[in-house]
Design a protein around this ligand. Structure first.
Ligand code: UGA
Length: 439
């Protein structure tokens, strides 16, 4: 099938490469010349494991091209995936859908044959129905452009795997033709038994927002319990393990610590609250305010616990921060808990050095006031405390004996509950974590 993928940010770049991998002829479209130039050479403008290889092999196979021309995409494709961003609106909880509206407004008049436009972006429920009417009113006489919604559930860091081996496919459709077209797109995934749920537009839109709201709720639940563990002298990691053995609960997304960040979970729960309020059911989504609050409090709590550990004040102390990305295996620092903690500690008068295996360039753009180091040893040199805030696997394997010779005082705070703190203590470190009494 001939497919265009409009918007080559995170979602679009991954989706374009994966659709080509499924055997389709794909044209990726973006207004950003720089992104299109990089992608045409097989380079993603961000770090995502496995993506560059997929881009290169599909470009070489002749299945994947990129352009800045929406008119070319209109000519080329029978099916257009819209993958542009829907960030939080400044000064509001709601999501900004103006980029999707702009795509529809620019694409519709260029269409010269019948086609299907498929939204993949995360949107407030009701957006798709509005866009369908808008698309219909802007297409030339005689052209039929259908609209469907097909939310994406990929995780950064596992994006290629999640797109090519999804847990489920959800499509919101209003015609048998749209249903058939989407089944054809995903045929290779359907043959291996991927669940395919065809539903109405509103349910498809909500399927995504509700999933992210549930994941955020799970994380804030365990973080609230972590506070009780701390106060009661219990251990949240063992507790989460016990909960996880219950198949009705499951262990995923029950890792307590610094909480969630990134470009999705925080803004999606806020947009859900905003939309519920517009729909007159604000009370039903009110608990998500609490989820957001619990999450934001984790960052302040991490600063408080670390300040305690260092003896009551950060002023003129050297602080090493391990991790800047909002989670491992990505260079994304949007709403990164680690970076926010680093900045808060600096604002209390500390000299803060940050290490991250991938995210330093993005972190420097966002927080230029912090110092950055390419090596863990350099970041830790002369440190009065080390804070582990993003759980890159390489931090788990650090040698506490070796690192002790670099720091000025052997204190480690584990904000992600994954370091083998027993080993660190055996090497002479004072340790502290989130969700357990001080060791
Ligand atoms: C999330 C969803 O997991 C995807 O399904 C969804 O497609 C995506 O948002 C999106 O809307 O596009 P992502 O933002 O890549 O994916 O990150 P997650 O893996 O969900 O992690 C989110 C945050 O929660 C991270 O900061 C992570 O450190 C934190 N987290 C995760 C915890 O604090 N504890 C956990 O147990 C799990």
């Amino acid at each position: 099938m001939r497919i265009s993928v409009i918007g080559t940010g995170y979602l679009g770049a991954v989706h374009a490469a994966c659709m080509a991998e499924l055997g389709h002829e794909v044209l990726g479209v973006d207004t950003d010349d720089g992104k299109i130039a990089a992608l045409s050479e097989g380079r993603a403008p961000f770090f995502e494991p496995g993506l560059d290889d997929l881009l290169i092999s599909n470009i070489r196979a002749g299945r994947l091209c990129f352009t800045t021309s929406l008119a070319d995409a209109a000519l080329f494709a029978d099916l257009h995936f819209v993958c542009v961003g829907t960030p939080q609106l400044p000064g509001s909880l709601g999501a900004d859908v103006s980029s999707i509206e702009a795509v529809i407004d620019r694409l519709a008049p260029e269409l010269t044959r019948d086609c299907l436009v498929v939204g993949k972006s995360t949107v407030p429920v009701g957006t798709a129905r509005r866009l369908a009417a808008r698309l219909n009113s802007l297409t030339l006489d005689g052209i039929v452009a259908g609209l469907a919604w097909n939310p994406e559930f990929l995780r950064e860091g596992f994006a290629v795997h999640d797109t090519l081996r999804p847990d489920r496919l959800v499509v919101g459709v209003t015609s048998a033709e749209a249903d058939a077209a989407l089944r054809a797109v995903y045929a290779p995934l359907l043959t291996v038994g991927t669940p395919f749920i065809a539903t109405d537009l509103a349910t498809a839109e909500l399927a995504k927002v509700a999933a992210n709201a549930f994941l955020a709720t799970k994380i804030s639940f365990i973080n609230a319990v972590a506070d009780v563990c701390e106060a009661a002298g219990a251990d949240v990691v063992t507790l989460a393990d016990t909960l996880g053995h219950d198949k009705r609960i499951g262990r995923h997304f029950l890792s307590a610590g610094l909480g969630f960040g990134g470009g999705c979970l925080p803004k999606d729960i806020r947009a859900f609250v905003a939309r519920a309020s517009e729909l007159g059911v604000a009370d039903s989504a009110r608990f998500l305010h609490e989820i957001d609050e619990i999450n934001n409090a984790r960052r302040r709590h991490a600063v408080d616990l670390s300040r305690d550990l260092i003896g009551g004040s950060f002023a003129d102390r050297n602080v090493a921060i391990l991790g800047a990305a909002f989670k491992p295996n990505t260079d994304d620092v949007r709403d990164s808990p680690a970076l926010e903690v680093a900045a808060a500690i600096r604002s209390e008068g500390a000299l803060v050095r940050v290490h991250d295996p991938r995210a330093i360039d993005n972190a420097r753009l966002k927080r230029p006031e912090l110092d950055y180091c390419d090596e863990v040893d350099k970041a830790c040199e002369g440190a009065d405390i080390v804070l582990h805030l993003t759980e890159w696997s390489e931090y788990r394997n650090l040698d506490p004996v070796h690192l002790r010779s670099a720091v000025r005082a052997a204190r480690i705070f584990d904000g992600r509950n994954v370091l083998p703190l027993g080993r660190w203590r055996a090497a002479g470190w004072t340790t502290r974590s989130m969700g357990a009494a001080p060791a």
